[in-house]
Design a protein around this ligand. Structure first.
Ligand SMILES: [Zn+2]
Length: 220
């Protein structure tokens, strides 16, 4: 019984965070999806559902093999989530949005696919670290899973070109907060583009890494 109680808390938490993201304009229409890993499967947001108007009882409950156990049909972006969970064993939740500034950055010609955004703020470095860019895939294309597996779990934060960010966290709260930092940093990057902003220095980055024991992926 206690397991189902905690599952109901997780459902409520997904609905609360999803509504907050939607109401702040971080993912439009029925775009974006959220998943939380359980011991024996996942709870994910349904396909064609607006993150602003989710019903906790209709979230998709999947078993460990990814089969639908209850609720509405799951998001078609399941392959994306599954690939990130498979390669990030400590990931407890994943947030995928179509957030404007991150999508905009994904289309800039000068972006480094191994490190999409510069270290503008401490919170980006602490909560996100580095973001990888993957090429464009049609939404729901299972080939995106192979591309994510190709990153071998080195990145918790991945940006899909012309589409949006996918961010894993140890908890749902951590995944949401990291996605918000990614979006804010993308916004700052666009505001400062061409203005030669002062980035965090190597010494400041080393201080953050040591003080907060960060596991930022190395650039290849
Ligand atoms: Zn999407």
């Amino acid at each position: 019984m206690s397991e189902s109680m905690s599952e109901s808390r997780i459902r409520d938490e997904i609905v609360r965070f999803a509504r907050s993201l939607f109401e702040r304009g971080l993912t439009p229409g029925s775009s974006g999806n959220i998943s939380v890993r359980l011991e024996d499967g996942w709870i994910v947001t349904p396909t064609n559902a607006s993150l602003g108007f989710l019903d906790p009882a209709r979230l998709s409950r999947l078993d460990a093999a990814g089969r639908l156990v209850s609720g509405d049909a799951p998001t078609k972006e399941i392959p994306l989530h599954a690939a990130l969970y498979d390669t990030r064993l400590r990931a407890g939740a994943i947030v995928h949005l179509h957030s404007t500034h991150a999508v905009a950055v994904s289309m800039l010609p000068e972006v480094d696919p191994a490190d999409v955004l510069p270290p503008l703020t401490a919170y980006y470095v602490m909560r996100v670290g580095r973001t990888a860019l993957l090429p464009y895939y049609r939404p729901g294309d299972p080939a995106v899973a192979d591309a994510i597996r190709g990153l071998a779990g080195r990145y918790a934060s991945v940006l899909l070109a012309n589409h949006g960010p996918v961010v894993a966290g140890e908890s749902l709260e951590a995944a949401v907060f990291a996605t918000e930092e990614l979006e804010e940093t993308a916004k700052l990057h666009l505001l400062l583009r061409g203005l030669n902003p002062r980035l965090l220095s190597p010494g400041q980055l080393a201080d953050l890494a040591a003080h907060f024991r960060l596991e930022t992926p190395e650039k290849p």
